[in-house]
Design a protein around this ligand. Structure first.
Ligand code: IPE
Ligand code: IPE
Ligand code: MG
Length: 254
């Protein structure tokens, strides 16, 4: 029986964990005949609104895909701009997050970032470590393939050190070594910008997420847009492999 205790939604039927691919910044700017950079700046403003909404509505975990392991392939000028924007946003927002009792975490291979940026990320995590209102995960230089690789490497190292026996490799053990260890898997996955793909985001953790795609470009995604997504989520019947009748008759605990 696979262990899927991480996938359970709370009694209130609200998503405990929302994971978002914030896509469409470039097109938002291009539509206005402005440089893509302007779209990324507008994207940061949208982040602020969505974080506020989620913390007010008691979402436990919000994960935002900020920069993928594939985004290094963009023109150097855009990558540099994104790095500068990332740094400036952290400098400006960490204290605010802290004041709002939000715990900040980063997932992804941070070793590729500048020392200064890595230091700021570590500072942000340390400063907000004990906050309890919500966990905000920023996925930066993140890829689902990377996440699984690093988990398998940790497990392999433990086996080599004699801390684990081969036969105990279980789904639970792998989950415990992913970058999201200890947190519930996403219940609701949102992608803005019209593309309907996962783009190497949280491949393991999205196993039973409800998928929601919208053509709204990320800078235009606001509280109402998020409410629509949550409404759609609540209207669905999650079955986790059971039949519809089993769920309706409450013959099973989800
Ligand atoms: C998402 O917006 C932000 C990042 C990937 C950093 P895009 O920059 O991908 O916007 P589009 O898809 O080109 O419109
Ligand atoms: C995915 O968006 C990554 C982020 C939003 C950070 P992309 O715009 O890079 O995705 P693809 O390459 O079009 O799939
Ligand atoms: Mg895009």
């Amino acid at each position: 029986m696979p262990d899927d205790s991480n996938n359970r939604e709370s009694d209130s039927n609200n998503p405990r964990h929302i994971a978002i691919i914030m896509d469409g910044n470039g097109r938002w700017a291009q539509k206005r005949f402005m440089p893509r950079a302007v779209g990324h700046q507008a994207g940061v403003k949208a982040v602020r609104k969505i974080v506020e909404y989620c913390v007010t509505h008691k979402v436990e975990v919000l994960t935002l895909f900020a920069f993928s392991s594939e985004n290094w392939r963009r023109p150097t000028a855009e990558v540099s701009l994104l790095m500068a924007l990332f740094m400036a946003t952290l400098q400006r927002e960490i204290n605010k997050l802290d004041r709002n009792n939000i715990r900040l975490r980063f997932i992804g291979d941070r070793t590729e970032f500048s020392d200064k940026l890595q230091q700021k990320m570590a500072e942000g995590e340390a400063q907000t470590e004990n906050n309890t209102a919500m966990t905000l995960i920023v996925a930066a230089n993140y890829g689902g393939h990377w996440d699984m690789c690093q988990a398998f490497q940790q497990v392999a190292a433990k086996i080599a050190a004699g801390e684990l026996q081969n036969q105990v490799i279980s789904e639970q053990l792998i989950s415990q070594h992913l970058s999201t260890a200890g947190l519930p898997d996403p219940d609701l996955f949102i992608r803005t910008g019209g593309e309907q793909r996962v783009s190497n985001f949280m491949l393991w953790q999205l196993a039973y997420a409800e998928m929601y795609f919208t053509t709204t470009l990320w800078p235009d995604f606001d509280q109402n847009s998020l409410e629509d997504a949550i409404k759609s989520f609540k209207s669905r019947q999650r079955r986790f492999g059971h039949t519809s009748e089993q769920v309706l008759n409450k013959a099973v605990t989800l």
